[in-house]
Design a protein around this ligand. Structure first.
Ligand code: SF4
Length: 290
């Protein structure tokens, strides 16, 4: 456990967290919406600090990042928890299904993770990817590790839902080399009702990140929700207005978690949406189509 950054104490022992736009007010012994930041004795603590649930040396393309050191590898690590509640989550077992006491979580310090990453440099490793669950709510650990990694000449990559507040993002970006950010839909109600988040905050993250580091975006295409050509036109047009160099990945939905009422996205749908997005962007790829 580690005392959290970006919070203030409130009267009566409550605290308010400002790490993400939920701005949770948390009573004593309570936790925020992400369930990994807890009020203990009137102070806010990160429960997933130094807890790693998955670690692997992955091809960079698996993040997915297709135009950032292609052919290389990246040491990928994740913890548990998420600040969104997407009913279609494709990775729900670690984002929503684990607790701080889970025996699958292994303790590791920022220094140990950097050392592990350095060991793999001779195998083509370029750095550390904070991935598998939402890295922004692992903030203290990611911040400390990425600072150390940078000093050692390693790259830092975030694979994120982009739902983070402006100030913490600004302070982390100098250590970040690349991000893959989900833009789940261009419909504000989709974010609000299905993910319990907000499109505007995610757009702001994409804009801020694109000004500082390499950015690729992933849209999981779900039949009946965000698979219209009109919506893809809006997403691609906006991304191109940020930078036509932004890479877009269109990924295939499979029934998972709480959304099991529809079939996997037809590959033909993804191909049509790719054709639409290519009107505005130079690089559009399809994911999970094999
Ligand atoms: S990071 Fe967690 S506790 Fe903090 S505002 Fe977001 S959901 Fe709430």
């Amino acid at each position: 456990m580690k005392q959290a950054m970006y919070y203030e104490k409130r009267e009566g022992g409550s605290v308010q967290c400002f790490l993400c736009p939920h701005n949770c007010v948390i009573k004593q012994d309570g936790a925020g919406i992400c369930r990994v930041r807890k009020n203990i004795g009137g102070e806010l603590y990160s429960l997933n600090y130094g807890k790693v649930t998955s670690i692997a040396l992955d091809p960079v393309e698996k993040k997915p990042l297709y135009r950032f050191h292609p052919g290389k590898y990246i040491l990928s690590a994740g913890t548990f928890g998420c600040n969104l509640k997407c009913s279609f989550c494709q990775n729900w077992s670690i984002s929503q299904g684990m607790s701080p006491d889970d025996e699958r979580a292994v303790d590791i310090t920022p220094g140990q993770l950097v050392k592990e990453a350095l060991k793999h440099v001779r195998h083509g490793n370029i750095g550390i990817a904070y991935t598998y669950n939402e890295p922004s709510i692992w903030y203290e650990f990611v911040y400390e590790t990425s600072m150390l990694a940078k000093k050692e000449g390693l790259a830092n990559v975030l694979v994120t839902n982009g739902f983070i507040s402006r100030k913490p993002l600004e302070e982390l970006l100098p250590f970040v080399d690349a991000m893959n950010i989900d833009v789940k839909s261009f419909n504000p109600s989709f974010y609000k009702e299905i993910c319990k988040g907000s499109l505007e905050n995610v757009k702001e993250t994409v804009e801020m990140a694109a000004a500082k580091c390499h950015v690729e975006v992933t849209t999981l295409v779900i039949p009946g929700f965000n698979d219209s050509v009109e919506e893809m036109d809006e997403i691609a047009r906006w991304l191109a207005s940020v930078s036509p160099e932004i890479v877009l990945h269109l990924s295939r939905y499979f029934p998972r978690y709480k959304m099991n009422d529809r079939s996997p996205t037809p590959v033909r749908t993804l191909e049509n949406l790719r054709d639409e997005a290519l009107k505005y962007l130079r690089h559009v790829y399809l994911g999970n189509v094999w």
